[in-house]
Design a binder for this molecule. Structure first.
Ligand code: AHM
Ligand code: MG
Length: 342
């Protein structure tokens, strides 16, 4: 039997047009924004996929605002996202992990009502060893009346996000997206050059026996964190009465993607090494978009005490502890922290 039109997967373009036309869930500018980000992610996927042949592995010899050595692919991915998003007229400004300050829209182009903030290539330490990396993005509205958005315009709690997503450059390239109405996954069809909808309404189970954490920091953690993990490690004979499994890719995108697909928790808690900085992961372009996605998929995301999405940001590159994934485990580990705080 020949395939009918209706059996073909829905393209990202068609999905977005239906969100706009049938559900009136997004407007034309937000649709364009998502399409442009997806197109940029395709270009990044090509560069990542070329690996050593593209001459893009290794360090760029520069540092970002956070004092981290930038990889060539960090810089390239940032440029790809900037260039793709500057001229469409859908954005008021952009900000990124790789730039000290927000990037204004050049005066020669029209400006739109949205702000885009992103981590162009998350999991940089994995680039040179052919392990999954990704792009994370968050979309906010530019505050009314602000013509030249500066850092202040971006300092909005995660509850204000109108869209968020990530692309994971793994064995296949996927785009996972929320527009505030569930979480949907698209797979890049390399022959067609377009993203096709492969799963609607991803759901994170409430219970899990799988956790993701950098265990090498155990001795630096705070007491409630140690208590929680030690209980998991005690397995069947411990207080939890069950064996737990551990997975740690060290690419937030890949670790969160696993959780969005089959449940689990991802935790990057405070430890004595990073206490002064407030945490490891950045609120605006790592924690917030992932928290939005996880909540939309039925999971939970906290900073160990309260909901990540309700944190009022104080600076563009602010860091926070991150606890996200299957609800019942995140509730428990958050409770341990709250109890310890008294
Ligand atoms: P990056 O944005 O510079 O890549 O840093 C963030 C990454 C996350 O992807 C990952 O979860 C974490 O840092 C890994 O940390 P660690 O080096 O402790 O394993
Ligand atoms: Mg990152």
């Amino acid at each position: 039997m020949t395939a009918t039109t209706s059996s073909r997967p829905i393209s990202l373009t068609r999905f977005l047009i239906e969100e706009q036309r049938d559900k009136q869930h997004i407007n034309a500018d937000l649709r364009l924004l998502i399409e442009v980000v997806a197109r940029a992610c395709k270009r990044i996927a090509i560069s990542v996929g070329r690996g050593a042949l593209g001459g893009v592995l290794g360090s760029a010899g520069t540092e970002n605002v956070q004092g981290e050595v930038q990889k060539k692919l960090d810089v390239l991915s940032n440029e790809i996202l900037l260039e793709a998003n500057e001229w469409g007229g859908h954005l008021a400004a952009l900000a990124s992990e790789e730039m000290d300050d927000p990037h204004p829209i050049p005066h020669r182009y029209p400006k739109g009502e949205y702000l885009l903030v992103f981590d162009p290539l998350d999991g940089s330490s994995n680039i040179d060893v052919n392990i999954s990396v990704g792009t994370i993005f968050s979309v906010l509205k530019c505050p009314t009346g602000v013509k030249e958005p500066d850092e202040k315009a971006f300092l909005q709690p995660g509850t204000q996000q109108v869209a968020a997503g990530y692309a994971v450059y793994g064995s296949s390239t996927m785009l996972v997206l929320t527009l505030g109405d569930g979480v949907h996954a698209f797979t890049l069809d390399r022959e067609q050059g377009s993203f096709a909808l492969t799963q609607r309404n991803l759901h994170i189970p409430e219970d899990t026996r799988e956790f993701a954490i950098n265990m090498s920091n155990l001795r630096h953690w705070e007491a409630p964190m140690r208590r929680y993990i030690e209980e998991l490690l005690a397995g069947k004979n411990g207080p939890r009465g069950a064996d737990f499994n551990m997975r740690w890719v060290a690419s937030m995108v890949a670790d969160v993607h696993r959780i969005v697909c089959r449940g689990g928790i991802f935790v990057y808690p405070l430890d004595t090494k990073i206490k002064e900085k407030g945490g490891k992961l950045r609120l605006l372009y790592e924690a917030n978009p992932m928290a939005f996605i996880v909540e939309q998929a039925g999971g939970m995301a906290t900073d160990g005490h309260g909901r990540i999405l309700e944190i009022m940001p104080k600076s563009l590159h602010q860091r926070v502890p991150v606890f996200l994934g299957s609800k019942n485990e995140i509730e428990r580990v958050t409770r341990y922290h709250r109890e310890a705080a008294g």
